[in-house]
Design a protein around this ligand. Structure first.
Ligand code: BDR
Ligand code: CA
Length: 327
């Protein structure tokens, strides 16, 4: 059965592959793509999203949203994705314009009109937080909200404690985690190690699949591939947003568990940290302890964990799914 999806994205190179996966998957109907500032400016994210939609031969509407985080100064990741966010490929301008409606209004309308919709977020959570503030009722219409964000294991990629999407707009992420959305956090760690595409696997994609979509993945991620290797000393390509999309498409592709999760918005060293009460899987969690009541009450009084945390993706299955979408 086809599942409806709305994707919110700061479209750069790995977002583009995640969009491609959803657009090309036979079980997924992408009703709308909403863009947000993050990796690149809002204008560039919109261009990249529309180019990707057209490259895939679709006419999915693309809406433009927040130009900056709720409270923080904007922060870009062009060093990682290229000056255009697409590996410095400087693709031709998309033919279609963005939709005139603001992304926040589009999120509210689309979610209200499609109960059970799956929300996938691939960038800072600014648009989603604004939509929830204006229309808290929409949380009840979302069947799953898969968030590429956070570092539940606490290896950050922007600070030692935080992952880029959550760090960019921690207040927005906190609003989302407190809103009663059925959040599934797919942290950055899930795209590393066995989940990264090795140089041999990238070559194999070209040799054995060799479609224009494969070339698109390789081209628009060429800066990311280089920087990833220089920075982490891990040759190959990590694809955080496509890994999150794999979880959105195949929920049982990862090992996951339910936890109380909140975001640090004040810490000097820990801005944007995804703080996870992990002990509840083996004993009582600690968020409910008397000493922690003041900080955790707002979540704990709900009586049930507010997020499903993905700990490890089945690397074989994720790569097979990616290949299927590239054929
Ligand atoms: C996230 O940050 C961005 O650079 C990627 O697109 C991904 O959404 C990884 O931390
Ligand atoms: Ca992204």
């Amino acid at each position: 059965m086809t599942r409806n999806m709305l994707i919110d994205t700061d479209t750069a190179s790995d977002d583009a592959v995640a969009l491609l996966m959803a657009l090309e998957h036979p079980d997924i109907e992408v009703l709308a793509i909403t863009t947000v500032a993050g990796n690149v400016s809002l204008a560039q994210a919109s261009i990249n999203a529309r180019y990707t939609v057209e490259f895939c031969g679709h006419d999915t509407p693309v809406y433009e949203g927040a130009e900056r985080p709720l409270l923080r100064a904007p922060h870009r990741a062009e060093f990682f994705h290229g000056s255009d966010g697409m590996g410095d490929m400087h693709y031709p301008a998309p033919r279609r314009a963005p939709q005139p409606q603001h992304a926040v209004a589009a999120i509210i309308d689309t979610v209200r009109a499609n109960p059970g919709i799956i929300l996938v977020t691939l960038g800072p959570l600014t648009n989603i937080a604004l939509a929830l503030q204006q229309a808290p009722d929409i949380a009840g219409n979302v069947s799953r909200c898969v968030v590429m964000g956070g570092a539940a294991c606490c290896i950050g990629n922007i600070t030692p404690a935080a992952e880029f999407n959550i760090w960019c707009d921690p207040e927005a992420a906190r609003i989302c985690l407190h809103a009663g959305l059925p959040i599934e956090l797919v942290g950055w760690e899930n795209c590393r190690g066995a989940a990264a595409l090795t140089p041999a696997e990238l070559q194999q994609l070209t040799a054995e699949i060799g479609t224009a979509k494969t070339q698109f993945l390789i081209d628009c991620n060429r800066v990311a591939t280089k920087v990833n290797c220089e920075w982490l000393g891990e040759p190959g390509l990590t694809l955080p947003d496509p890994v999150a999309m794999a979880v959105a498409i195949e929920p049982d592709i990862c090992r996951a568990s339910q936890h109380y999760v909140d975001i640090e918005c004040q810490g000097e060293l820990t801005r944007g940290m995804t703080v996870v009460d992990q002990l509840n899987t083996v004993a009582h969690g600690v968020a409910q302890n008397q000493a922690n009541v003041a900080a955790w009450q707002a979540l704990v009084q709900r009586g049930q964990a507010n997020a499903r945390v993905c700990w490890e993706i089945d690397a074989k299955r994720w790569k097979a799914l990616l290949q299927q979408c590239l054929r």
